[in-house]
Write a protein that binds this ligand. Sequence first.
Ligand SMILES: [Zn+2]
Length: 431
Amino acid sequence: MKKIFVLIILLPGWFTGWAQASSRGIIIKNISIIDVQNARIIPNCTIFIKGDRIAKIEYSKSKKITNADTVIDGTGKFILPGFWDMHMHICWKEDMSKLFPVLLKYGITGIRDMGGSAVVLNKFKQQLKNDPQSGPMIFGAGPILDGEKPVHADFSAPLTSGNVRKVLDSLYKEKVDFFKVYSLLPKNIVDSIAGYVKEKKMSFAGHVSEYITPEEAAELGQKSFEHLNRLEDLQTDTGRLSAFIKTAKSMHSWLCPTLVIYQRKSEIARREFFEPAIYKDLDTDLKNEWDLVKKNRQNRIYTEKDSLRTQTRFDDQKKLTRYFYDHGIPFLTGSDFAGMQFIYPGYSLHEEMALLQNIGIPPFDILKIATLNPALFFGLTKNYGSIKKGKMADLVILNENPVADIRNTQRIAMVIKAGKIVPRDSSTQTF
Ligand SMILES: [Zn+2]
């Protein structure tokens, strides 16, 4: 009886192993590897992919290659690890999974969902566990943790001193990856969340609540600071800025500035609406929301002064971001798709990278921020974040050198997710 049981368990694994062994994999020859960790380009490499991993790398021009299912000529091309969008909202509606192929086509092989539904998050995770090639890897928070009267009632868990432990326990049971804290949490609740994550070896990330200071949030160990909300309060006070930076660095906090949302805000204020072809295929809920914003904006009367104020604010936000970069706070790249209107899935992460270049961050650093930093953030460097033997084959091949100009991240030749080439179609070229 025992023997039969073992056989049944082993059969599927044995069968997959056999199927993989029969595949001769993918070989990419004569390609330049972007080594984001050491800020160098290694030319003329040959990368062997077997199953979902990098099996071998030869750091020399390839000789004759015959033993592969697919041979890709990488001459003149550049390869780097897949990008991560570290601030998205897609886990709030099941049919958002239709965006998985779109994200992959833009080279996004990992995402952090910053608030939605734990049920949807777990559904997506299950799908990706069964079929890792069908979409980017997802880490998520489930519902946003906010005060008794939350900003976003639909996607939040309102917390009070009476229910905080119960809500956190239930999310912990649902296996959310971290907690997302929001703007209206009272100080004592943020304290409770900080205590809870310590106890359970979890983390919390998000906004700085209106009821605490950024310094206090850093002191409590907030793992990442999203956007520049509240941090802008520090802009004119170098004493507070240094205190915040010192604490944040000692607590190993990260900053995900999402500059692209501020760019979009200033554009919208000037009544410039960014509507690429994908706009017409957008999810109905989002489209209604965005159309409403557009209508309201168009009906408002703007003065020259309003427009100048918007521009000045965006300039200040860019300066502040640069200040944090110069003072050594580690960065993450995020787009805030579905958190901000006219932010597009996949594409807007490339806009964020371009904005970081715009404020003077060197392209090598931006590439590191968008690929290796997420792996460091989630403790995944064993399998992700660089191109090395044994690591997962989540890769992006570019037609032009992104170190020369970060906007070349948009010139994607091919994306490989978990060892499989992502099919491309015309929809990627719509921007
Ligand atoms: Zn957000």
